[in-house]
Design a protein around this ligand. Structure first.
Ligand code: OGA
Ligand code: MN
Length: 291
């Protein structure tokens, strides 16, 4: 296994490993160590099928049980723990312009951390590129530990012990999507999460931000939302963002506990983009983890 840093403390490329083969304990430990330091890791040219991607993810830790979707009855992928990050319908054709699933998926274009709207959120996400459009559709990443480090002391004190409510309904509302069913409203009831957490693998503090945030406990809503916007703007300043240009069969893995990411637009009316994501679950709700 060869690890090449893209930036000294953020994003590495790992080559000379075949993810189709069962990983040894030493390989798992080496990947975890790279993740603890770099938070985002790119494995180029891994030609995996669904079963192989599933097995690789499962080897790294417990998987999330449920996918976050609307229209649950219209699922293209058989593995119920594999997230369909594509613009495709069940039959493989491009989703209609006004399809609810397309509207909902556009929420991935907002900066977020996967599953922060679940009581126990996500640890690692692994996104594998099966089909990519001829141009655009990058995925961007920001390091939330570096974002914490460069906050003014005054802001660190102000936000250190704050708690936020996260929900998919809040992120989708920012794009004007509000046609949730009664069942979806129940499924996506807001959950509380710490705004500042400690990343166990590096023992560094990190700002836990996402467009899923819709309230900060003990703060009037507009004041809370202005604060969250300011923090997201701070954390995603261009010079700190890594933009991943996809090649077919790249597998990119990120640590949701200390990064944010977002999809960038592409011509999804004319080109297919088929990405499949496995997700590991974190150990507990953030309020039950050490601060
Ligand atoms: C995800 C996600 C971004 C993209 O898979 O969780 O946000 O570029 N993907 O598809
Ligand atoms: Mn995501």
């Amino acid at each position: 296994m060869h690890i090449k840093a893209i930036r000294p403390d953020f994003v590495a490329e790992i080559s000379e490993i075949d993810l189709r083969l069962p990983l040894t304990d030493a390989q798992v430990a080496e990947i975890d160590k790279a993740m603890d330091h770099f938070a985002v890791v790119v494995f180029p040219a891994q030609e995996l099928n669904d079963d192989q991607e599933f097995a690789f993810a499962q080897r790294l830790g417990p998987l999330e049980e449920t996918r976050a979707v609307v229209d649950v009855h219209k699922q293209r992928l058989p593995h119920h723990q594999m997230n369909d990050i594509s613009n495709l319908d069940v039959d493989g054709s491009i989703l209609a312009l006004d399809d609810r699933r397309r509207m909902f998926n556009l929420g991935n274009l907002l900066w977020h951390s996967d599953s922060s709207f679940k009581a126990t959120p996500a640890k690692y996400s692994m996104l594998h590129a099966r089909v990519i459009p001829p141009e655009d559709g990058n995925t961007e990443f920001a390091d939330m530990r570096a974002a914490w480090d460069r906050l003014p002391e005054k802001t660190k004190k102000q936000i250190d012990s704050l708690v936020c409510d996260h929900s998919l309904i809040y992120s989708r509302a920012q794009l004007g999507f509000d046609s949730f069913t009664e069942q979806e409203l129940i499924n996506y009831t807001p959950v509380p999460q710490r705004l500042v957490r400690r990343h166990p693998g590096s023992d560094r503090k990190s700002i836990y931000l996402a467009s899923h945030i819709g309230a900060v406990h003990g703060m009037p809503r507009p004041e809370a939302m202005v604060l969250i916007r300011d923090l997201i703007e701070h954390a995603t300043a261009r010079e700190y963002v890594y933009s991943h240009k996809w090649h077919q069969f790249d597998l990119v893995m990120w640590d949701n506990r200390c990064t944010m990411h977002r999809a960038r637009p592409y011509d999804d009316k004319n080109y297919k983009r088929d990405m499949r994501r496995m997700t590991l679950t974190d150990s507990a709700p953030t309020l039950e983890q050490p601060a």
